[in-house]
Design a protein around this ligand. Sequence first.
Ligand code: ADP
Length: 611
Amino acid sequence: MNIKNVFKPIVNPYIGPIIVSALIISYLIIFILPDISHENEMKKIEKNSVATVNKLKIIRSYYTSSVISKVKKHPNIKINFDHKIKNDTIPLPATLLHNLSEILPQDGIKIKMFSDFPFPNRADRVLSNDEKIGLKFIMDNPNDVHTKISVQDGKKVLKVTVADIFYDQGCVNCHNTRADTPKADWKLGDVRGVIQVTQPLKNELILSSEQMIKVLFLFIILIVVLGTHYTVISYRRQKEHKLSKQMLEEEVISRTKTLNQYKKAVDYSAIVSKTDAKGMITYVNDQFVELSGFREDELIGKNHNVIRHPDMDATIFKELWDTIKSKKMWKGQIKNRTKDGATYYVASTVIPILNSDNEIEEYLAVRFDISDIVKSRIDAEKADIAKSTFLANMSHEIRTPLNAIIGFSQILSRSNELNIEQSKQASIIESSANSLLAIINDILDLSKIESGSFQVNNTNTDLYFICEHVVELFSKKALEKDIRLVFNMDHKIPLCVYTDGARIRQVLSNLLGNAIKFTPNNEKISLNISIISLTNNRVNIRFEVVDTGIGISKEKQADIFQPFTQVDNQTNRKYEGTGLGLSICTHIVESLQSSLKLDSQIDKGSSFYLY
Ligand code: ADP
């Protein structure tokens, strides 16, 4: 337990003083008042006891002077301690006192007379310890009162012992002359014995008026101190409260000012509207009114449907409502219509505004007019599609006569009627036309890719046949450069694979063509086809074309996959080509859910692979 936590409530300005006051009052009630009260009770009992003894002495003296002195002269009446059993005897003054001590006391009070010189009739009495102590003390200090707390029958009692002194010569004479006197030389002022009064201690709360006033005064002081403390605290609190309220008000004013400026800025630049939780418009700004063509009163209390364009798909609005109802922000493009039916586009953000209970109170929509952007984008897309269609058509138009040129130049070059020079020229026409056709095919593919009409056609494909055919096709070109073309194909590859064989052929042709093109004479090129995995009728195959050619620098490696990009792009280039092949290959490979990768080192060679 942390000691600081124990003292925390005490130093708290609110409950601290109450705790301290309670501690003071408890201390007073438990430790101080009982002691004071006890002392008071003792004094009270002592005073009562002395008063009782004095009263008894007065009675005895009255009895001696008014009864005994007269009866003494009477011949038939005797004065003795045995008066109870004899009809002609009255009690001695001391016997009267003894008898009264037995008759008078009430409420547990006991009175006893005893001395060191008892008459023979009382000689066998036994004194208790307390009585002996009291007797001894008074014999030594006859003018004092002896008090002692003692326990009697399990209860606390106070024993008060007072001296019984001879003040009357008659009494002295009588005591000295009696035949049964235990001592015959008593003098006036001698202590005959003691009278002891025993009273129970009741443990009552007894306070003197002075003490009561002191206690009351203490309580009043406590109340005044507490009252002053709490008044000061509440005054301070009020002052702080007033100050913080003032500060808050100033903060609210300044923030409202800033917010108004923001609102002004937003209203100036954006189309703003608010709806209640049910979607009914509660606010529209001037821009909204201006763009939609509706008056403010035609919009307030209506649904946003009034500006909804019929072309808009209902699922978009469902998604919008699902999002904002789940307290999230929605962003999207919306096609709207004006009061006159004209179309406009907005980039819209709808924000649910929550109250302090985190419940949706209203929705705020901020929109920007993007009609110009959307219209120019649509125009650009249309132009793009038109361009691609044009290119596709043009390619088709060019390919038809080109095929005729290739066909006829082939026939011409094999004709026996041409001389050597002429058949060489016919071959040049054929190869040039073939190159042109390849370029046109590339352009056609690229335009298809750009117009989004490029598709792969998966069928059951014999990869062995396709790959062997490609190798065969390029072995002639390789031979021309004395390049060794090695073909490795894993025999575990299934005979029939479901893929687009024509596109694979196109990719491999491109990679092999480039490899031969960018590899010097007498080098080596390999086409490696291997299995990576074969599970549940799915085969993952790796195709790799490795050459020992010129290689590609690290900086250029990423660029060459972009259309029209070549490492060697000077005007009088060493290598032929359009820079389209790799970008088309990338697209084809990605359409086949794969990717084309490259490892290359300048002057060491390149490895293009896909899997
Ligand atoms: P093209 O070969 O028609 O120029 P590609 O898109 O096929 O277009 O290739 C782009 C460029 O990438 C080439 O011009 C060449 O600079 C580089 N390149 C492609 N393959 C290789 C290769 N095997 N070795 C070195 N460079 C290559």
